[in-house]
Design a protein around this ligand. Structure first.
Ligand code: CDP
Length: 228
């Protein structure tokens, strides 16, 4: 049964451990809004790459951010929210390895985080939201009613992401994917501002050996407990 009380659910964790899959399942089941905060950092990175912004220059970063408009639009056909960058649907292109190779550097920049976090907080103002990322339970919504921290074995995470990316680009190697995940996890958990860490009040879900149904079942049980 879906509880009538609306809460904020945050899902943080390592790269490619199934956060967005669980977040989408939960949002659908609860009739909540799903927000993929990583897509916002990916879209900013895409803009910087396309416009040759030197992101080591704070002046260039601040100026560029003024020209970036991000919004999520619901696609009725796929029944999913998609990321739009200045009115262009970039949902597909932001998943490329070219973007993934730079996104953690861009996401370490204070001005970029302030830009994204302010928008994320607005999106959660009315509750009834599931948001996934790295700092959602620690920084964006420190008072969220339910915080989940997801993990999965490294080898499984690499396999899952490789399968996804290989469908788009058969030239991709498993080594490239592995290196990218390791590099992002390192940068994300060692950066000065809002590093990836488990919130003290987060509940861990390790989905290495869980089916999609099992992980949803676990999470729904937690939601019901928090709403009870
Ligand atoms: O899907 P995956 O777990 O591989 O990554 P993502 O959620 O699309 O996030 C891409 C990158 O954005 C991460 O590696 C982080 O560097 C950054 N990110 C962040 O810094 N803070 C967030 N709340 C979400 C993502």
């Amino acid at each position: 049964m879906v509880p009538s009380k609306k809460i904020i659910v945050t899902i943080d964790g390592w790269s490619s451990c199934g956060k967005s899959t669980l977040a989408k399942q939960l949002a659908k089941e609860l009739n909540y809004v799903y927000i993929d905060s990583g897509a916002m950092y990916r879209a900013v990175t895409l803009y910087f790459l396309r416009n040759h912004i030197d992101w080591t220059s704070p002046v260039q970063v601040v100026e560029a951010l003024q020209n970036i408009h991000l919004d999520f639009r619901f696609n009725e056909q796929s029944a999913q929210s998609e990321m739009f960058l200045n009115d262009e649907n970039v949902e597909y292109v932001i998943r490329d390895l070219v973007v993934a190779e730079k996104v953690s550097d861009v996401a370490s920049i204070k001005e970029v985080r302030d830009f994204a976090v302010a928008q994320q907080r607005k999106m959660g103002a009315r509750k009834g939201i599931v948001m996934d990322g790295r700092d959602i339970g620690t920084v964006v919504f420190p008072h969220a009613e339910l915080k989940i921290f997801m993990t999965a074995d490294n080898a499984i995470r690499v396999q899952r992401r490789f399968k996804e990316l290989f469908q788009k680009n058969p030239n991709i190697s498993i080594e490239e994917v592995k290196n990218n995940l390791e590099m992002r996890d390192y940068i994300d958990s060692h950066r000065e501002i809002s590093p990836l860490r488990q919130a003290d009040d987060a509940i861990v879900i390790d989905n290495t050996h869980l089916t999609m149904e099992q992980q949803l079942h676990k999470a729904l049980h937690l939601v019901n407990e928090k709403c009870g």
